[in-house]
Design a protein around this ligand. Structure first.
Ligand code: IMP
Length: 200
């Protein structure tokens, strides 16, 4: 028997990543698009967990099926955790991805390497039709580089440096990024709970 699950994202890249990471489960995957649900829930929470729960509850209510939603962002220690939940709109609506990471580099000017520690965080909420909810978190540790490098990925990848590999995330081929990413780690943590929820 397969269980229908909604992956509540408007981002086709995330959808592909999650269905790939959880491909072996007895699940019939659905997207907001194929269910005709608009991706219009605003992320008004003050942390990743609140935003993930907000989306999983609301889209799950509309779809009436087990629903996964996530929220993610970049946490920079020298900036007190910013951009954090504001990662997608850091610097305001006029900036694109490159504008946002350039602003980040400007805000870190003069900060030495050892104080440029940062992590990507991904929180996934899984909410069942009976209201039962599970939250998991995954992180990827690194440092903010002094300049952008690499062509892969999106968002802050060109300035997210992995010291042990000597490359930025944007220099890693997608398959290698997807194997170590905060999303992969959050999905791996979710897997056993999700399997339990499938048998409810
Ligand atoms: P959301 O989870 O789609 O709301 O993503 C929030 C924002 O965090 C994105 O718009 C990016 O700016 C940033 N972000 C999240 N994950 C990544 C990643 O894997 N690489 C680069 N930036 C990311």
């Amino acid at each position: 028997m397969t269980t229908p699950i909604l992956i509540a994202t408007g981002n086709p890249g995330k959808l592909a990543e999650y269905t790939h990471l959880l491909a072996d489960l007895p699940v019939e995957w659905h997207s907001l698009t194929d269910l005709g649900i608009r991706a219009d829930v605003e992320e008004t929470g003050t942390d990743f967990e609140a935003n993930a729960l907000l989306k999983a509850h609301e889209y799950g209510r509309r779809a009436n099926m087990l629903t996964l939603a996530d929220d993610s962002g970049l946490v920079v220690d020298a900036l007190g955790g910013e951009p954090g939940v504001h990662s997608a709109r850091y610097g305001g609506p006029g900036l694109d991805d490159a504008g946002r990471w350039r602003l980040l580099l400007d805000n870190l000017r003069g900060v030495p390497d050892e104080k440029r520690t940062a992590r990507f965080v991904c929180t996934i909420a899984a909410v069942a039709p009976n209201g039962e909810a599970i939250i998991t978190e995954g992180t990827l540790e690194g440092r903010i580089a002094h300049e952008g490098r690499g062509e892969h990925g999106f968002g802050y990848d060109p300035v997210f440096y992995l010291p042990e590999r000597g490359v930025t995330l944007a220099e890693l081929p997608p398959a290698q990024k997807n194997a170590i990413s905060h999303r992969a780690n959050a999905a791996a943590a979710l897997r056993p709970y999700l399997i339990d929820m499938l048998t409810l």
